[in-house]
Write a protein that binds this ligand. Structure first.
Ligand code: NAD
Length: 260
């Protein structure tokens, strides 16, 4: 039985992961850890586990699932690295900065680490299709991404949109940082060749829509994914956790888990 910790149990994603975990026979909830300010601290969640604000609880686990904030991700990775045994990390938090990336890089020396901007099978397939389309259609097609999310989302563009942009850049054989644009306002002039644009729409309760546009002369291709439930992210994260728990230390991706 895999002992799993869930971070951020009071969050939209953390709460779903706890529910979905309770239905699995290969994993048991061993710890539920939230920010000390969380209203759930001291309360019991599914499985009778009490929510704490103490990351030392990670030491009693084989794997943890993290849908929190970049600060939470950095702190958890450091606590896991100090556990004295490998604690695998499944990280879904997006908008990670240098501090969180460095902490995860350090953890990956002694434990398996998987960071995914999106855990759904469909979106990971979209990455593969988009990369293939960018390669096949070539430089005469302009590449744009439009993403739409609920009004509470903290980061923009979404981690999924940036991963999708990276797949497009990879299909083109270019570095994303050299061609990405997320801002267009005022007298921007004609569209530069090779640019990959990402536009973020925010509002309502949209869970997450992503479209990659391939805009050519006289024709266009659009590849779209729409998430209809947060459960597909939670279920994907648990699938990744079960797969990751017995792997050697290092970095992994959802493509490894899904065999894409
Ligand atoms: P949310 O605001 O509903 O929940 C965040 C949770 O993190 C809360 O429980 C909060 O108390 C907790 N938290 C905040 N700071 C913390 C800290 N320092 N230590 C521990 N816990 C802390 O957010 P959400 O909608 O659940 O999304 C969380 C993250 O997951 C976001 O970055 C979001 O973009 C990402 N996300 C990823 C996927 C995916 O498939 N990878 C899917 C959905 C959301």
């Amino acid at each position: 039985m895999i002992r799993a910790a869930v971070l951020g149990p009071s969050g939209r994603m953390g709460a779903r992961v706890i529910e979905l975990l309770a239905a699995r026979s290969d994993m048991a909830l061993a710890a539920a850890i939230d920010h000390p300010s969380s209203p759930l601290i001291g309360q019991k969640v599914a499985g009778g586990v009490e929510v704490t604000g103490d990351l030392a609880g990670l030491a009693g686990c084989d794997v943890y699932i993290d849908f929190t904030t970049p600060e939470g991700t950095a702190a958890a990775a450091r606590a896991a690295a100090a556990a004295g045994h490998p604690v695998a990390a499944v990280v879904g938090t997006t908008g990670l900065g240098r501090d969180a990336e460095a902490a995860l890089g350090q953890l990956a020396r002694t434990a398996p680490v998987l960071v995914a901007a999106n855990f759904s099978l469909g979106v990971n397939l979209l990455f593969v299709l988009a990369e293939t389309a960018a390669r096949a259609l070539g430089a005469t097609f302009d590449l744009e991404i439009v993403e739409t999310h609920h009004r509470h989302k903290r980061d923009a563009p979404s981690g999924t949109a940036l991963a999708l942009a990276r797949a497009l850049a990879s299909g083109r054989g270019v570095e994303l940082e050299e061609v990405l644009t997320t801002e267009r306002s005022g007298e921007v002039g004609a569209r530069p060749d090779g640019e990959i644009g990402v536009v973020a729409v925010r509002g309502g309760d949209v869970i997450g829509d992503h479209t990659a546009f391939f805009l050519g002369e006289g024709e266009r291709v659009e590849l779209t994914h729409r998430a209809g439930s947060r459960d597909l992210f939670g279920a994907g994260a648990l699938r990744a956790a079960a797969w990751l728990a017995s792997r050697p230390p290092g970095r992994y991706t959802m493509r490894d888990v899904l065999g894409l």
